[in-house]
Design a protein around this ligand. Structure first.
Ligand code: BES
Ligand code: ZN
Length: 584
């Protein structure tokens, strides 16, 4: 028995799945998928096959001829879920599991019509990363095992499904529609993704369209109009785009992340719709995952930095190509602030602040932080600075070529880098990034003229002239850098002059609300309460609830807001907020 991924029951001595054929009927009334999953193995074999499941109601397991196969579903473990052990007779290559998902499936959020933009139709979406795919499909839920799949979804006829795959056909039978999809490239299970709702689309370019509820479509199409330029910039940096299409799906407000890099169909939070394209770095990030993450994949959550650190690096290279080095430096500075905050937050768990983590017994959702993103970014920047950009670009291309459609570990990354860039890891003290807590003092620091100008104004009320060229990113940096002892007069004057409480940019708004409330300036409290009812993105819920919960006066406001809105948050977000409130 050999378990290579601490978050999967997969035993590496057992056969691997090659393809999945998945059929599911979406039942909004009972909030269940009635489904069957046919797994075809890479080679015929005999003996036990262990699959990951969570909260699945298994109805039966049969072979290709429909003959029942013996199986045992073990009692659930808190993080891993239940092992489904199927006994394979000699020569078996294909098996089918019939099952229903639970209304509480951790990968699914079922929304009532009132939780959507249109208010008329229900909505369903999946979010499988890191280990939630097993609550939707019984499979080997480890990124080491990639699968190709076909899928068909039966949905109410008035709704449309979308999937992170290639669309094949829609048929209508009575009150239902059946939609067929195919994913010809092998993907890790965490990239299985779909959504169902009142969805329409608009073309953005030859390879992209945006999907959204009709009420939100035009604004989304305007915000993301630049996506084709982004694709071209990314291809000139990282090589040809391998996934044919790069479509976007605008999610309902309860989507717990900024974006999710589902292949061919990136999921995006509606908080990106600022009206001025100022938050499209998130699109650049998810696009960059098409190379780093979706092609070259972390072997488990313990090597998550290989996905996210590389992707932040790639995101900022795309930004630099499109908007220039000053803009990329502003984003790097924001990243450094969020890294320092995360290090502070995890100060009691220093082992979780190394890039290479050890997560047996740790839920990946709880280990999640900005550390793999921003400390990973710093390591790659340090390497780039050490060997020079042209050499590093060559290295990156060879890395992508060598590991495409594969998963790798940090240890394999080290061996590859040592061979390709001899001495570079030692030169930047890579071991300090990979295996030790904190950030080495030698880590690169973003520098730029605009950052220096911002630093000079720290804690003051700038004039209209000072700020006339500021982008929302500069506002965000300025607000996040406000000293905690800034006087109330400064906050009052800032809001009077720049209407920050009315900002349409969610990053600026949250930076403002957090800075003001933390300093005891309560005027925007009402806006904060309102915002907690408008969004479900964890990046905003967590700091807002934390700042409210940290003050005696505001703790009850936080509790009341959670009481009122908690049921509408995504289960992962709800858990995160609950933790903040119980620790307060
Ligand atoms: N893949 C992540 C989101 C994720 C990570 C979901 C871990 C579940 C588990 C995605 O690419 C991401 O990093 N999103 C960021 C975007 C940002 C870094 C630009 C987000 O959601 O804020
Ligand atoms: Zn990412």
């Amino acid at each position: 028995m050999a378990r290579l991924d601490p978050h999967s029951y997969n035993d590496s001595t057992q056969p691997e799945t090659e393809t999945l054929d998945w059929k599911a009927r979406v039942d909004f009334r009972t909030r269940r998928l009635h489904a069957e999953a046919t797994l075809t193995l890479k080679e015929a074999s005999a003996g036990p096959l262990d699959l990951d499941t969570r909260d699945l109601d298994i109805r039966g397991v049969v072979d290709a001829q429909g003959r029942p196969l013996p199986y045992i579903l073990s009692p659930p473990e808190p993080i891993l879920g239940s092992r489904l052990r199927i006994e394979l007779p000699a020569g078996l290559k294909q098996l089918t599991v019939r099952y229903r998902t639970s209304p509480e499936a951790s990968a699914l959020q079922w929304l009532t019509p009132s939780q959507t933009a249109g208010g008329q139709q229900p909505f369903l979406f999946s979010q499988c990363q890191a280990i939630h795919a097993r609550s939707v499909v019984p499979l080997q839920d480890t990124p080491r095992i990639r699968i190709r799949y076909r899928a068909s979804l039966r949905v109410p006829k008035q709704l449309k499904s979308v999937m992170a795959a290639s669309f094949v056909a829609r048929e209508e039978h009575g009150v239902e529609a059946e939609e067929h999809y195919e994913m010809p490239q092998p993907v890790p299970p965490y990239l299985l993704a779909f959504a169902v709702g009142s969805l329409t689309s608009k073309e953005l370019g030859p390879r992209s369209r945006v999907w959204a509820e009709p009420e939100a479509l035009e604004d989304a199409a305007d915000e993301f109009a630049g996506v084709d330029d982004m694709l071209k910039a990314a291809e000139s940096l990282f090589g040809p785009y391998d996934w044919e299409r790069f479509d976007l799906l605008l999610m309902p407000p309860s989507f717990p992340y900024g974006g999710m890099e589902n292949p061919r169909l990136t999921f995006l939070t509606p908080t990106l719709i600022a009206g001025d394209k100022s938050l499209v770095n998130v699109v650049a990030h998810e696009l960059a995952h098409s190379w780093t993450g979706n092609l070259v994949t972390n072997a488990s959550a313990e090597h998550f930095w290989l996905n996210e650190g590389f992707t932040v690096f790639a995101e900022r290279r795309i930004l630099e190509a499109l908007a220039g080095p000053e803009v990329a430096a502003l984003h790097a500075a924001l990243g450094r602030r969020s890294l320092d905050e995360a290090l502070h937050h995890f100060r009691a768990h220093p082992q979780l602040t190394a890039l290479r983590t050890h997560l047996s017994g740790v839920d990946p959702d709880e280990a999640f932080s900005q550390i793999p993103y921003e400390k990973g970014y710093l390591l790659l920047r340090a390497l780039e600075d050490a060997v020079g950009r042209p050499t590093f670009d060559g290295f990156l291309r060879r890395y992508l070529a060598k590991y495409r459609f594969q998963a790798l570990t940090t240890e394999e990354f080290v061996r590859f880098t040592e061979a390709e860039l001899p001495g570079a890891l030692a030169k930047v003290d890579a071991d300090a990034y990979l295996n030790r807590p904190g950030v080495p003092p030698s880590a690169p620091r973003p520098t730029s003229a605009r950052l220096e100008a911002l630093e000079k104004l720290r804690g003051t009320v700038p004039s209209q002239a000072d700020t006339k060229d500021w982008t929302p990113t500069e506002w965000q940096l300025f607000l996040e850098s406000m000293p905690t002892d800034t006087s109330q007069d400064v906050f009052r004057e800032l809001d009077a002059r720049f209407s920050l409480t009315g900002s349409r940019n969610s990053e600026v708004l949250v930076a403002w609300l957090v800075a003001a409330l933390r300093a005891g300036f309560d005027a925007p409290l009402g806006r904060a309460e309102e915002f907690l009812g408008e969004v479900g993105r964890m990046k905003y819920l967590k700091p807002l609830y934390s700042v409210l919960a940290s003050s005696r006066d505001h703790r009850k406001v936080a509790r009341a807001a959670f009481e009122k809105n908690g049921a509408r948050y995504h289960p992962i977000a709800r858990q995160g907020v609950e933790l903040i409130l119980t620790r307060a």
